[in-house]
Ligand binder design. Structure first.
Ligand SMILES: Nc1ncnc2c1ncn2[C@@H]1O[C@H](COP(=O)(O)OP(=O)(O)O)[C@@H](O)[C@H]1O
Ligand SMILES: [Mg+2]
Length: 292
């Protein structure tokens, strides 16, 4: 019981979480604890260590922003689309970035995906700083690691659903078979249709299949339900949540819809180019339970 409480607390405190886990897995600390007067028995010790290891796995950091700024010249002034952003995203997390229009959400997402470069600060992906990358290195980073889903799907109209997804094979090795990817989003029977012959929800599912077929570590979604009705939007949300829960992919979704906060493991609120808050959710709702 005590273990459970400790682990929950760590999950709700991202910065402390990392430090605490490092301490807990430090062999010196484990030995110290075992040697103390009220030492636990060997079984308890083992269970503690296993819990610490499990916690460590849960919280492997994939992305870290350190004082990231994106600024634009505006006449004589400097405008910050993003200012001093600090954040951490763990592998397998479902993250929702919330904020009003113009807050800096897309800027944040584009920086995450290597589609834009920071004016200052560090962006660490798996420990490597993207801000030191050349254009060629960023191209490779995007091809290898990033799948993107946009509000208006961005499918190629002259290609069928199958062909749109199969394109990923030209970009990267070890892609998922297009039929399998389309099957995963429930569209195997529609794979020979062109985008114009599909509903909005179906087109968005093709674009998710396309992004996921790349087997990216990071799945970025910019207002993925923005053009869909609530019912269809929910199906898309569910698909994205499953990608994180079942396929253990890191999903980062930008939205202005605050109802989506309930389904995320982590909610990052952005306003006027600044990060307002980062909140961890111990028991996110199932996507099918969200209404808007
Ligand atoms: N290329 C650009 N040049 C100048 N200003 C930009 C550019 N891109 C974004 N901005 C500005 O940065 C702010 C944040 O934009 P954005 O990240 O797209 O907001 P959001 O996605 O939250 O609506 C906005 O005020 C926008 O006009
Ligand atoms: Mg935007």
């Amino acid at each position: 019981m005590q273990k459970k409480i400790r682990r929950r607390k760590r999950k709700s405190e991202p910065e402390l979480e990392i430090v605490d886990l490092d301490k807990m897995t430090d062999p010196v600390n484990v030995e110290d604890a075992a040697g103390s007067a009220d030492a636990k028995n060997a079984d308890e010790e083992k269970a503690d260590h296993a819990a610490a290891e499990e916690g460590k796995k849960e919280s492997k950091v994939l992305i870290e922003f350190k004082k990231v700024c994106k600024k634009y010249a505006q006449g004589e002034h400097v405008f910050y689309a993003l200012k001093d952003a600090d954040l951490t995203i763990n592998e397998g997390e479902m993250v929702v970035i919330l904020g009003p229009s113009g807050a800096g959400k897309s800027t944040l997402l584009n920086l995450l995906g290597g589609m834009d470069s920071a004016s200052s600060g560090q962006i660490l992906f798996d420990g490597t700083d993207l801000t030191t990358f050349t254009d060629n290195m960023l191209t490779k980073y995007r091809a290898e690691n990033v799948g993107v889903v946009f509000q208006f799907y961005n499918l190629i109209p002259t290609l069928t659903a199958y062909e749109n997804v199969a394109l990923m094979k030209d970009i990267k090795s070890n892609t998922t078979d297009p039929v399998e990817a389309l099957d995963a989003v429930g569209l195997k029977d529609h794979m020979h249709q062109f985008p114009s012959q599909m509903s909005g929800g179906e087109q968005q599912r093709v674009s998710i299949a396309r992004a996921v077929a790349k087997n990216p570590k990071l799945l970025l979604c910019d207002e993925p339900t923005g053009a869909l009705d609530t019912g269809t939007g929910k199906e898309v949300l569910k698909l994205l949540q499953d990608m994180s829960r079942e396929k253990k992919r890191t999903v980062v979704m930008v939205t202005h819809n605050s109802f989506f906060a309930d389904i995320a493991d982590t909610v990052i609120r952005v306003k006027n180019g600044g990060i307002q808050s980062i909140v961890h959710n111990d028991s996110p709702k199932d996507a099918s339970e969200v209404n808007w």
